[in-house]
Design a binder for this molecule. Structure first.
Ligand code: HAM
Length: 426
């Protein structure tokens, strides 16, 4: 085969067997979101670039280095969404969802795009399942979304997942903290990487999130935000922990956890996988973001789960996924008249929700039966001239080998359902 091109680096096709597992995983997440009263939001894959620059902060790795940004034919800068929160905030405001009263609870299952160096669990196109809650300032909301993610993990049977928790405070407490960080890192500036050096004045907290080993070593000894929390943020964080405790949820406090995006305030959390060595998801509060986007001051919070990573974790622990729907009846046909009749019978079964199929490739009878075996069909039926004229055909149980005569006339569906019910019953 001489393909003209392959899929772009950092993207992956999902072919039916894999897509079937993804569907099963996504169904659990969607059903968990619906149980918790979330409604789905679908936003465009691309947005005006300033949405992400303003939303995520322009001194972040994602905005500075990873966005797929280009000019459209009218010369407008657009960006493939690198995450779901900014678009959800815009859609909530633009569609006036707040008019129905707070909280507004939204979920989404979307492809996102980041120009990163691909490796296991890091793609350029990846899928995120996210939830966002708007208008809920109370710490009970923080506890609820964390509990919801953990409940979904439990329903998926995911074993290797932890919860890391921190509070990164609000604007007030961050003033003093930024100052402390600047002093700490300025005294060690010769050990910082080039990117962090440029961030020292603009956004020193980003240094804590740098992947360079030297910066990480420095960050380990840096002042901790939790020592700088204002009384309100301190109380909020204590309550979140109290509620998690009441729900029996275990967690690790990680004062170094700051997350990679600028919009977070107060509670931040991640769900790390020990064995895979990366976060399956993360989130937190963003009480200033809605206002930053042009809305009225409105608290917000949410999380995003990386579905590619979640699938890696489920596969690593050898999760049993539900079996795909398999063909129940395969109708083999000989001759034009029989082929048309087979098509009509299959169509009639589909209308009753019975998975059935017939030949699409013009194969002979033997090849059709071989294909029926390959599909794993439970029953088969052969239609030829004789069956058409008598209106009767033999329904064969492919495994047991037993056959029973059924009608292939007007009452085909009733006759088929009665015969298969009797087979199950008998
Ligand atoms: P994030 O931590 O940047 O947060 O991404 C969420 C999750 O997406 C990560 O934990 C990871 O599992 C997955 N992910 C990120 N980048 C990649 C990649 N290149 N390849 C594969 N998976 C990836 C956010 O995006 C926030 N919007 C989450 C949020 C929602 N916070 C509040 N609401």
């Amino acid at each position: 085969m001489d393909l003209i091109t392959k899929a772009p680096k950092g993207t992956a096709d999902l072919v039916p067997e894999a897509a079937e597992k993804w569907r099963a995983m996504e169904e659990v997440l969607v059903s968990e979101a619906r149980l918790n009263g979330f409604g789905e939001v679908r936003t465009p894959v691309f947005e005006h670039t300033e949405l992400f620059q303003r939303g995520m902060g322009d001194v972040t790795d994602v905005v500075e280095k990873q966005m797929y940004t280009f000019l459209d034919k009218a010369g407008r800068s657009v960006t493939l969404r690198p995450e779901g929160t900014a678009g959800a905030v815009r859609a909530m405001l633009e569609n006036g969802l707040f008019n129905a009263g707070y909280p507004v609870k939204l979920y989404y299952n979307i492809p996102c795009y980041r120009y990163e160096k691909p490796q296991a669990g890091r793609m350029r196109e990846f899928r995120t399942f996210g939830v966002e809650v708007f208008g809920a300032a109370e710490p009970v909301a923080d506890a609820q979304i964390i509990a919801m993610a953990l409940s979904a993990f439990q329903r998926l049977g995911l074993k290797d997942v932890g919860l890391q928790l921190n509070s990164i405070g609000c604007k007030t407490c961050r003033k003093d903290y930024h100052q402390a960080l600047k002093e700490y890192f300025s005294a060690r500036r010769d050990q910082l990487c080039g990117t962090c050096l440029s961030r020292l004045d603009r956004n020193p907290m980003r240094i804590l999130d740098c992947k360079s080993p030297d910066c990480q070593a420095l960050a380990a000894g840096a002042p901790k935000i939790t020592d700088y929390l204002c009384p309100d943020c301190r109380e909020h964080f204590a309550k979140v922990q109290e509620y998690l405790g009441a729900l029996g949820i275990g967690y690790t406090l990680d004062p170094g956890l700051v997350r990679g995006l600028d919009y977070y305030t107060r509670t931040v959390f991640e769900f790390p996988s020990q064995s895979l060595g990366f976060a399956l998801g993360g989130g937190g509060r963003y009480d200033g973001l809605v206002e930053e986007m042009g809305g009225a001051p409105t608290p917000g919070l949410g999380f995003g789960l990386g579905l590619d990573r979640l699938m890696l974790a489920l596969e690593a622990q050898k999760t049993d996924f539900p079996q795909p729907v398999r063909c129940e009846l395969y109708i083999a046909a000989m001759g034009d008249g029989a082929r048309v009749r087979a098509l009509a019978l299959v169509d009639a079964l589909h209308r009753c929700g019975v998975p059935a199929d017939c030949d699409l490739c013009g194969r002979g009878l033997k090849a059709q039966m071989k294909y029926a075996g390959k599909t794993g069909a439970q029953y088969s039926l052969v239609l030829g001239e004789d069956e058409l004229s008598s209106g009767k055909a033999m329904l064969k149980d492919m495994e047991a080998g037993a056959s029973v005569e059924i009608s292939v006339g007007e009452d085909f569906v009733d006759s088929y359902l009665a015969a298969t019910a009797a087979a199950v019953g008998g």
